[in-house]
Write a protein of this length. Sequence first.
Length: 254
Amino acid sequence: MEKLVSQAIVENYFNKLQDSLDIDTAIVGGGPSGLVAAYYLAKAGKKVALFESKLAPGGGMWGGAMMFNDIVVQKEALPILDELGVKYKLYKNNAYLIDSVHATSALIYAATKAGAQIFNCYTVEDVVFKGNRVCGLVINWAPVSREGMHVDPLMITAKTVIEATGHDCMIARLVARKNNVRLNTTDGNVAGERSLDVEEAEKTTIENTKEIYPGLYVSGMAANGVSGAPRMGPIFGGMLMSGLKVATLIIEKL
Ligand code: 48F
């Protein structure tokens, strides 16, 4: 039995990895926008894998606000919650409350059930860049990156890549810097996020969700980060709608 357990896991894991070496969409980051994008892409029959450096995907959604584990969404995002089977209740006006642990686990469950492959404990350390196009990811074990060990990575090729890394926009930053190219952002580079403005940020998150370089799309807080738009705090409608928008753009393109 000991051998069987190990064999089952090793064989299946490497089949999953092998099957994800050349895909339609590779997503960097398993926060709410990345998970929603993974769900809609998988549902549309696209081959999609999401790479998350932490043990648990979910990004900034688990913790609610200041570890009070509730989040707020607006009415516009309710169709996405209904589609994913997330429970919510009206607080007042246009503010709906969701238990953040329920919401985060529901997003992970929906994405994986739809057929998206999630690889946790992977850090994306670079992209594959050929012929002025982003066409894949350079991946490594997260502990290898964290320890600064000198271990070479592996590569994933993908028709499209989504940067959903949140506030840091590390993929867009490295694409612009390493390859000396201009991005499709306000100043051709990563502007960095502005201070908090809930209503403005929720609007611009959707507007800034787009292809910022051939093959490279940006969603969620990273979309605002690259374009110099504000942060928004513990309101998540924009994140969910950004995930849906980026999936829709890619489905139209592929
Ligand atoms: O930050 P995050 O939750 O991304 P998001 O979808 O949502 C933002 C909100 O949580 C919140 C907010 C909304 O009101 O402002 O901040 O934009 O999740 C990003 C995920 O990407 C992972 C990181 O661990 C996190 O789970 N990540 C970041 N860089 C890498 C990465 C990387 N290089 N490789 C793999 N994963």
